[in-house]
Design a protein around this ligand. Structure first.
Ligand code: GCU
Length: 682
């Protein structure tokens, strides 16, 4: 049905009174490419299908110059000029950018390349679907060239940290034969400007590189290509010694060994035979037990450059992950895991080949509900960088809690790191603008599966949508993006928009409040599930997510003066702010400082009382989500209404579990009573 989740924000739901708008859109579509697998052809199909479904208007599609009076013309700058003559002025377009313009009765959708033209068509349809018929006239360019998703799909069909069923493209060790869902996914991604998908888990399996699987990658690429979406893959560093069927089996994987260099260049060439436009490799090396160059006392740069050189002749790039640390080193708190990236990567700045991009998680630890921006963004100016965001809600409620992440990402992207005491917004560092790199951008860990909602819940798809929109334009407002999504996914009823906006915008702060506030991190189970409260698993494990809570004190001292020195990894203005309790924002206090439970916050409250209060407040907010959701009954379709209602009821209950587990844990530890007498026995 149109109500199921598969079409997500591309439902093209009939607009109320749509027939009255027939004259507001042209009657013919001219898509300037007749190859059925070209993005411009797809754009023509999409426009035809969209206008039919939204307005009930049937438009014909032509694939060459058409002279009729009122047309939507979609194509590249070059094809447009061939068919209609040069544009009156040359728009300022970057790769993948597009121009929307209205000339008399004609709408022009002109892309710098085919992909840009398709993006323009989706942008036009998004306006029409939201009932916006103002004359289009805009140039839109992407903020950065790299706008990828990462999918942690395993070859056996499971998905690491995926909460939406099995893989759409892998099963039983190989690529599935029916790739319909893969094409549908590419269509969704194209509509939000995503231009590549890394299809397999960062914890990679060498058997992806068998000749049969390489051929299968070619099939995945073929179904995604018409949508302008390229394929990338994650590599297992020691593949040369892994006995990959159909490939040579070596006795070492030393990145400087000539036979290893040959092995990778040979495999890379094989891949490009089947996937001539492969986007590149994603590499997790020497992290969490994964092999890497350090095994041979080679540097991470030497490891990254091994792949860069194999890819270079084909135009591919290496996304080399900065998520490098050794869990076994983290069993004493002073060996701060947060310092690992700086220790590993800062000395290597300048040693990476030009087609290497360092992919950095937004915070120094691991997708927690609150982390300071990773200081690595400020420390490797000679290297191209990308930010890694997590769309799948691993630590953030696993799609059973509604947590809209747009505001979290915005805080990170807008953060000013003050490199050299100058404005240095994270979004301008990753776009390449701040330090003059042509490469850079975004990697979003999506982990969509075969579930009908793609990601595990209807509402969680706002995160995938926002990810794409913000990667295209990080200056957008998170609430505006959300409301586009609501109108496209549900409807334009103001009370629907209001209720969903309120729930979504309050959701991240609420989750932070009931799962771990003041920068202590998400107090979830660290050892296994990453779901639900388990504050006692934070400390004394190999994972280095210390809170250092004891009977009197709590928090990680990351100062230079007395702690792990982490604060000193930031440029001076920021370092100085975090070094001092007085200038550290309350929401990061326990991230940077080890304090008494009775330490006063800027609000005048003590740490422990604020802990109690915020956990109660967060859970109370989650209760209101159920009521707000119930106000939607009859205003959206029953199918999605009941599906989400179930989740809101669960979240409301689970937020109480969170609240009580955390509040009681710290009450039992500290013995300090709750002024409001809610915690403990009274
Ligand atoms: C997290 C996650 C792992 C993942 C790792 C990574 O720790 O729990 O499943 O492999 O991040 O990003 O590499």
């Amino acid at each position: 049905t149109a109500e199921n989740g598969l079409s997500a924000w591309l439902r093209y739901a009939p607009l109320q009174g749509g027939q009255h708008f027939h004259s507001s859109v042209p009657s013919h579509i001219v898509a300037l490419n007749s190859s059925t697998v070209s993005p411009v052809y797809i754009a023509g199909q999409e426009l035809q299908q969209g206008l039919k479904s939204i307005l009930g208007k049937q438009c014909n599609v032509h694939h060459a110059h058409y002279g009729g009076g009122s047309n939507i013309v979609v194509g590249t700058v070059a094809e447009y000029s061939k068919a209609y003559g040069a544009l009156s002025s040359t728009p300022d377009l970057l790769d993948d950018g597009y121009l929307l313009d209205t000339i008399g009765n004609t709408v022009q959708i002109i892309g710098k390349n085919e992909r840009g033209a398709l993006y323009g068509a989706f942008a036009y349809l998004s306006k029409v679907a939201q009932g916006n018929f103002t004359k289009v006239a805009e140039v839109s360019n992407p903020s950065a060239p790299i706008r990828w998703t990462n999918e942690w799909d395993n070859l056996d069909g499971s998905i690491e940290r995926g909460f939406a069923g099995n893989s759409n493209w892998f099963s039983n060790g190989s690529i599935v034969s029916n790739l319909t869902r893969t094409a549908e996914y590419a269509r969704l991604l194209a509509s939000i400007g995503i231009n590549a998908v890394v299809v397999n888990n960062v914890n990679a399996n060498a058997s992806l590189l068998t000749p049969t699987n390489i051929e299968g990658l070619g099939r995945i690429a073929d179904v995604m290509r018409p949508y302008g979406v390229q394929v990338g893959i994650s590599l297992y560093f020691s593949s040369p010694t892994a006995g990959v069927k159909g490939q040579a089996n070596l006795t070492n994987f030393d990145p400087l060994d000539e036979s290893v260099v040959q092995w990778w260049s040979n495999v890379t060439d094989q891949i490009y035979e089947h996937v001539p436009d492969m986007a590149g490799y994603l590499v997790k090396a020497n992290s969490e037990g994964q092999p890497g160059p350090l095994t041979y006392n080679r540097t991470l740069a030497e490891g990254a450059n091994l792949f860069a050189k194999a890819l270079q002749p084909h135009g591919g790039i290496v996304m080399f992950r900065a998520f490098v640390y050794n869990p076994l080193n983290e069993t004493v708190w002073t060996a701060d895991r947060a310092n690992a990236q700086i220790e590993f990567f800062k000395p290597l700045d300048g040693e990476f080949d030009d087609n290497v991009v360092i992919q950095i998680k937004y915070g120094p630890i691991d997708f927690q509900v609150r982390e300071p921006v990773s200081p690595l963004f400020a420390n490797i100016p000679k290297s191209a960088v990308a930010i890694e965001l997590q769309v799948t809600q691993e630590y953030l409620g696993q799609q059973c809690h509604l947590v809209y992440l747009g505001p979290l990402w915005k805080e990170i992207l807008d953060y000013d790191l003050r490199v050299d005491n100058e404005t240095s917004l994270v979004r301008n560092i990753i776009s390449g603008e701040r330090f003059n790199h042509s490469l850079g951008g975004y990697a979003g860990v999506s982990n969509v599966g075969t579930n009908e909602t793609w990601i595990g819940s209807h509402m969680a798809m706002s995160n995938l949508y926002a990810y794409g929109r913000l990667a295209w334009d990080p200056t957008l407002d998170a609430q505006d993006v959300l409301q586009d999504w609501i109108r496209l996914t549900f409807n334009t009823n103001p009370s629907v928009i209001d209720a969903m906006t309120q729930i979504s915008m309050e959701s991240w702060p609420a989750y932070e409040n009931y799962s771990g506030n003041l920068g202590v991190q998400t107090l979830t189970d660290i050892l296994y599930t990453h779901f639900g409260p388990n504050p006692q698993t934070q400390d004394n494990t190999i994972w280095g997510q210390w809170t250092r809570a004891d009977q009197k004190t709590i928090g990680m001292d990351r100062t230079v003066a007395n702690g792990t020195g982490f604060a000193g990894n930031y440029p001076p203005e920021i370092a100085e702010m975090f070094e001092n309790i007085a200038t550290t924002p309350d929401n990061l206090l326990l991230w940077f400082h080890h304090v008494n439970y009775t330490q006063l916050l800027k609000s005048g409250q003590t740490v422990i009382q604020d802990f109690y209060d915020q956990h109660y407040a967060g859970a109370a907010t989650a209760q209101t989500f159920t009521t707000l959701w119930e106000s939607l009954q009859g205003k959206i379709d029953d199918e999605r209404y009941y599906d989400q209602l179930f989740r809101q009821v669960f979240q409301a209950g689970h937020s109480l579990v969170w609240r009580d587990a955390i509040a009681n844990f710290y009450y039992n530890l500290s013995g300090i009573p709750d002024e409001a007498k809610r915690v403990g026995n009274h």
